[in-house]
Design a protein around this ligand. Structure first.
Ligand code: HAM
Length: 422
């Protein structure tokens, strides 16, 4: 048997139901804030990510799935959505003299070591805002995250960490100071951090290694290097969050693993998922549009990991069944009545939009058909057999409550179902 590729999961019907429910709720929050959905390709030129996300990041250096297109061009399965989103808006002229608020969802690919909550194909839902320089939009994005957790009833299980990386100039000055401080201790650092001294020293702040953390205790701090504008931006953001009642912790070591961030960065973290506790992350990236060939355009956004959010939700709410496969199951008592049953359910789907109606297929005894009706979660079974065909009626059987079954003219059924499911 050929099995799936490591780190790439199937989402089976039961889990899909939970996904759909959660995705609908999250989409409603994003649409409710005036964000508009866009769809982006899974494949992009590799350069987009090496330039956009950064050559020295783990994502580009170690985790990207790249392949040669038939004409030899290097293309990559997208490891994230922000660079693609910028590319798409630029390419289609949507950043010219205008602001944009957009969101996207779909699979991303990273060659990481798979474990619970970490996959090689995983799903993100991301939101990005372009053309807004002030902290008000940072606050909007963050509080939108908060609304998302509320919509999913997991708000008690997600906490917010924020930091400011300053402008790119102040970050460069800090980088120099950090390297100057760390170099004499190079031998005490873990191997990854030693390598990062040359390539991506800010990421060393992220290290979980005990010895490295000890060295870092006396390292210069990012905030000490922030310019006045950056400090003011961060202060206003904090004030807006305070006013909005969104709780946060300032984590001076929060640096993020992608190079494009400036000023605000943030992560939503849960303590309920073990090592893969970051359910959502983002920040401001004022330099990325220009880096990818556009005019300087301030921008900010976030992306959440759908699997992680759902794992958390499942942990909090249990695997309660939100909505099974169908609401109504139409049993066909005799194959000669199949066409009649199909006509009936076809009409009902038009009369009762939103009610999910499954027509039995494959013949079989009434008892077996009713068992299927039960198994798919239907609340109502319809019986179409000899008597019903002769009198143009349908028998309605209630599967989840103690209510007698009734037989009624098939023309009245739409009204009955609509009332029952409203
Ligand atoms: P990121 O931190 O690389 O940021 O990913 C965002 C979220 O995607 C993570 O917080 C996590 O929940 C989820 N995630 C990442 N890798 C995996 C994985 N291997 N398996 C499961 N879930 C994963 C970005 O991608 C930025 N584009 C976010 C952003 C948008 N910044 C500004 N705008």
């Amino acid at each position: 048997m050929i099995r799936s590729v490591r780190g790439m999961r199937d989402v089976l019907p039961e889990e899909s139901r939970h996904w759909r429910h959660a995705e609908d709720a999250m989409r409603a929050v994003l649409l409710g804030h005036g964000y508009e959905e866009i769809h982006l390709p899974l494949l992009e030129f590799t350069d987009l990510f090496s330039r956009g996300v950064g050559e020295a990041t783990d994502i580009v250096e170690k985790e990207m799935y790249t392949l040669a297109d038939r004409d030899g061009a290097s293309i990559a399965l997208r490891p994230e959505g922000t660079a693609s989103c910028v590319r798409a808006l630029l390419q289609n002229g949507l950043l010219y003299n205008q602001t944009q608020r957009v969101f996207y969802g779909g699979p991303m690919f990273r060659y990481e070591r798979p474990q619970k909550g970490r996959y090689r194909q995983f799903y993100q839902l991301g939101a990005e805002a372009f053309g807004f320089a002030g902290p008000d939009v940072d606050a909007e994005l963050i509080s939108m995250g908060w609304q998302l957790w509320r919509a999913l009833a997991i708000e008690q299980h997600a906490r917010l960490e924020i930091n400011s990386l300053g402008s790119s100039a102040s970050r460069a000055a800090y980088r120099l100071a950090l390297v100057t401080y760390l170099e004499p201790y190079a031998r005490d650092l873990d191997e990854d951090s030693r390598r990062r001294l040359d390539t991506n020293p800010l990421r060393i702040l992220d290290s979980k290694h005990e010895q490295t953390r000890k060295v870092l205790e006396r390292a210069p701090r990012l905030v000490e290097f922030a310019d006045d504008e950056s400090k003011a931006h961060f202060e206003v953001l904090c004030a807006l969050l305070d006013e909005r009642g969104v709780e946060y912790r300032i984590n001076p070591n929060l640096v993020r693993g992608l190079d494009y961030y400036t000023h605000t960065v943030f992560e939503w973290i849960t303590d309920d998922l073990g090592a893969q506790g970051t359910i959502c992350a983002g920040g401001r990236y004022d330099g990325l549009v220009e880096l990818l060939g556009g005019r300087p355009t301030p921008a900010a956004g976030f992306a959440l990991g759908v699997e992680r959010v759902l794992l958390l939700r499942e942990g909090v709410l249990g695997t309660e069944d939100f909505s099974a496969g169908a609401d109504v199951y139409c049993c066909v008592l005799g194959r000669q009545h199949q066409a009649l049953a199909m006509r009936l359910t076809g009409r009902l789907r038009e009369d009762c939009p939103g009610v999910r109606i499954r027509t039995h297929a494959g013949g079989g005894k009434a008892g077996n058909q009713l068992r299927r009706a039960d198994a798919c979660g239907a609340r109502v079974a319809l019986l179409v057999g000899e008597d019903e065909a002769a009198s143009d009626t349908v028998t309605v059987k209630y599967l989840r409550e103690d209510k007698p079954q009734t037989t009624l003219p098939s023309g009245d059924l739409g009204r009955l179902l609509e009332a029952y499911f409203s």
